[in-house]
Design a protein around this ligand. Structure first.
Ligand SMILES: NS(=O)(=O)c1c(F)c(F)c(SCCc2ccc(C(=O)O)cc2)c(F)c1NC1CCCCCCC1
Ligand SMILES: [Zn+2]
Length: 257
């Protein structure tokens, strides 16, 4: 997109000179200190509708130089858990390298191997470009990825195509599948806070939901994720995570004790 391409995870200090919101007081990601979260029993289970897509529905998968993005149809709707309805825009991943973890959010200082973000916009606005400049404009669902036993069949639907989009700007088509399979089965246990996009323009317009349950991928799948895509400087695209940001007094809510 316009202006996105010249920033990098190496020169984080310049983000706020080019994009003023990046220096704001409601930035993401954050560290979740579980001793400081506020148990909020009124937080409802997250409900996903229309997430199961037929294989006939082709989805665009792109290496945009900063991550791998799967465009999502607006038919995917986020209903429970938020006061208003949100519709899907895209999903993407953040990861580390063979020698280190790369989730964006951390829990009690622990960084997980990787993190998925499913980005939605509030349907009271006409489009996500309009929504993303309003404080209640965006809702992002986040889940941590770790190495476990056996391949994850849902992540396989994306990871098996990474070789087709190794270079920046390359895109391919992926047959539809149940996108909900990329997120935990238990959508009741999550942290919730108000924050921002973790990339320029860093708009402070995201209601974040970070699930407590972690997704498990095989070791081979995780190594595919961290060592396939190339970045603009033709190195491996790795460590595409922003350091955690100061809470500046924000409270993190938890739907569980
Ligand atoms: N964690 S996050 O949600 O803030 C996030 C990142 F951390 C991201 F790193 C990204 S990718 C970087 C932004 C970008 C670059 C190029 C293109 C393109 O060529 O199409 C598109 C986007 C990325 F796309 C997103 N999500 C986007 C934020 C960018 C602008 C609005 C689009 C929806 C959400
Ligand atoms: Zn993200």
């Amino acid at each position: 997109g316009k202006g996105h391409s010249h920033w990098s995870y190496e020169d984080l200090k310049h983000w706020s000179t080019d994009y003023s919101d990046c220096g704001g007081t409601k930035q993401s990601p954050i560290n979740v200190d579980t001793a400081q979260v506020i148990f909020s029993p009124d937080l409802r289970p997250i409900q996903l509708s229309g997430y199961s897509l037929p294989a006939s529905k082709q989805l665009k998968l792109k290496n945009n130089g900063h991550t791998v993005v799967l465009d999502l149809p607006e038919s995917l709707a986020l209903t429970g858990g938020y006061a208003q309805q949100y519709r899907a825009v895209q999903l993407h991943l953040h990861w580390g390298s063979p020698s280190g973890h790369g989730s964006e959010h951390t829990v009690n200082g622990r960084r997980f191997a990787a993190e998925i973000h499913v980005v939605h916009y509030n349907t009271k606005y006409d489009s996500f470009t309009e929504a993303m400049v309003h404080p209640d404009g965006l809702a992002v669902l986040g889940a941590f990825l770790e190495v476990g036993h056996g391949d994850n069949q849902y992540y396989h639907e994306i990871l098996e195509h990474l070789l087709e989009i190794q270079e920046v700007g390359q895109e391919t088509l992926v047959p539809g599948f149940n996108i909900a399979g990329l997120l935990p089965a238990n959508l009741k246990l999550y942290f919730h806070y108000n924050g921002s996009l973790t990339t320029p323009p860093c708009y402070q317009t995201v209601k974040w939901t970070i699930f407590n349950q972690t997704m498990l991928l095989s070791h081979h799948q995780m190594s595919m994720l961290v060592s396939t895509l190339r970045s603009p400087d033709d190195e491996f695209l790795q460590n595409n995570y922003r350091p955690v940001q100061n809470l500046h007094g924000r409270r993190v809510l938890a739907s569980f004790q």
